[in-house]
Design a protein around this ligand. Sequence first.
Ligand SMILES: O=C(O)CCC(=O)C(=O)O
Ligand SMILES: [Fe+2]
Length: 260
Amino acid sequence: MSGIRHTTAEELQHADILSVVDGTSLAVHIPGFVPAAALTAAREKLLDHPDRAGLSQAEEFQRIGFAFSEISDDASRDRYHAEARENIRRLRGVFAPYPSPSDVLRLLLEETWQAGANLLHLDGRKAFVGICRYQDKDVDLNPHTDALERNLPPDSAHQLKAQLSANIYLNLPESGGELELWGVEPTDAEYEELKSDRTWGIDRDRAGPPQEVFKPAPGDLVLLNPRQIHAVRPSGDAPRITLGHFLGYHGDDQPLVLWS
Ligand SMILES: O=C(O)CCC(=O)C(=O)O
Ligand SMILES: [Fe+2]
């Protein structure tokens, strides 16, 4: 059974990233990716940031930035691309004078992955990357999967071979907020069936027990395969704050593409 691979930013290799794509690791964990001083400074600003607002489809999930998964029509698609650069800059500003962890991640992937890494471009338009997500007390992130294709225009030919998720943890509650990983990738049909009449995610009692339950520490980075079922347990006390990034995989010899 695959497990979680622990490493450091200095030691990270192409093969570590590939191990999440091919399923030989359930996740790659880099403890202490964000230095403590940067974390403390950013946390202060993030807790009551004026741009913190609810997701279009689910107000209980707050974020700074506009997520690709919020695209539902031409207007929201235009908004996503139009705001991309400004949103990248907004998050960078939260960390200044420290480097933004999303920027450091982009450089690390560029330096580690053999064909490099860059922003996702769609129809010549740039993607946003580095969304800041908040999960408040008692908010449950149900078991679910993520796929870029769900929010692409219906006529888009863009198809990934695999998708990864890189989360950077900025604030974690004392109790709750664990990441749960099932290590199972349902087909689209199986996922629709598991969702039953839910608009979003799978009921916990239908998902069965996860293969791994993992509690990251503030400052950690975790790479996982979001096409496999995953979930986050509700925060018991403080808000759980993360920076979320998706990585598109087009093959072992192709650049990774990044978006949020
Ligand atoms: O916040 C996390 O730990 C996981 C978030 C998530 O759903 C994802 O990475 O796709
Ligand atoms: Fe997810």
